[in-house]
Design a protein around this ligand. Structure first.
Ligand SMILES: Nc1ncnc2c1ncn2[C@@H]1O[C@H](COP(=O)(O)OP(=O)(O)OP(=O)(O)O)[C@@H](O)[C@H]1O
Ligand SMILES: C=C(C)CCOP(=O)(O)O
Length: 255
């Protein structure tokens, strides 16, 4: 089973509020659909009989609204209007992602974290996976997204797509985990892709926030979350999506 995150920085223009990068989303959808078709026809690659779960990020949709309402992964909101703005923007983006994949006959089904997950007062995430397993067993591709979740004592807080990826991959024992972002991997001080990371401190100096508005911590948050996984995960750019889906390990491997 593969868990793939489509970074918000890939599918939106992250520095322009609520702006889709339509061309990039179409390219990504083309690659996912074509890779599935070729694998189903028996071509080399490992996307054929395995399941695929997609999680997409927020880009200029959720991050913009979360920032405007002062909501983060730890500071929540009890304001229903803020919840509507933030979650609503993610449902809008999810509708775009769904429609581009449906147009290409990828059997996607939306799964909204606000309706299924919650955090306790310590911030521990409870995320049931029964519906994902049931959908996967019947050949569907569940599509989740970074979202708000009910959080004891905080109202609702942000749960990032990276955290959802890590949790789903662990609970469903994913074979492969990939984060497709706008950069070709984690970059060092000379902007060269770092092949492997196994300790945060080794790369802490080069890890930063996102260049755009982002309440979940940019690349630093991504690496920290993935290092907590037992298995390996890849961070790569959109040009390497096909390579990842057909079994390669492009970009940076976090282990
Ligand atoms: N060392 C680094 N290597 C690569 N990117 C870095 C580094 N440090 C900071 N960044 C920033 O991290 C960004 C990627 O993180 P970001 O959270 O924006 O990605 P995403 O997951 O695609 O987006 P979203 O959170 O909206 O889903 C890059 O665009 C870059 O601005
Ligand atoms: C800002 C919201 C609502 C979700 C953030 O998800 P991410 O873009 O995957 O970090």
């Amino acid at each position: 089973m593969i868990v793939l995150k489509l970074g918000g920085s890939v599918i939106t223009e992250k520095d322009r509020p609520e702006t889709l990068d339509g061309a990039a989303l179409e390219r990504v959808a083309d690659v996912i659909a074509a890779t599935r078709e070729r694998a189903a026809d028996g071509a080399a690659g490992n996307l054929g009989d395995e399941g695929l779960v997609i999680v997409h990020g927020a880009g200029s949709f959720g991050h913009h609204h979360a920032n405007a309402h002062g909501v983060t992964t730890t500071d929540g909101t009890h304001d229903p209007t803020a919840i509507h703005d933030i979650h609503g923007s993610m449902k809008t983006l999810n509708t775009f992602v769904m429609s581009r994949l449906l147009e290409r006959a990828v059997p996607v089904v939306p799964v909204h974290p606000l309706s299924m997950a919650h955090c306790n007062a310590d911030g521990d995430l409870e995320l049931p996976t029964g519906q994902l397993e049931t959908l996967l067993a019947d050949g569907f591709v569940p599509v989740l997204h970074g979202d708000l979740v009910a959080h004891a004592g905080e109202g609702t807080t942000v749960v990032g797509g990276d955290r959802l990826v890590a949790r789903i991959a662990t609970d469903l024992e994913a074979d492969r985990i990939g984060l497709c972002s706008t950069v070709p991997g984690v970059l060092d001080e000379s902007d060269a892709v770092i092949d492997e990371i196994d300790a945060y401190d080794d790369v802490a100096d080069v890890l930063g926030d996102s260049d755009a508005t982002d309440v979940t911590g940019g690349m630093a948050g991504k690496v920290r979350t993935l290092l907590e996984l037992e298995g390996e995960a890849s961070i790569f750019g959109a040009d390497d999506l096909e390579a990842f889906l057909t079994g390669a390990q492009p970009g940076t491997t976090i282990r």
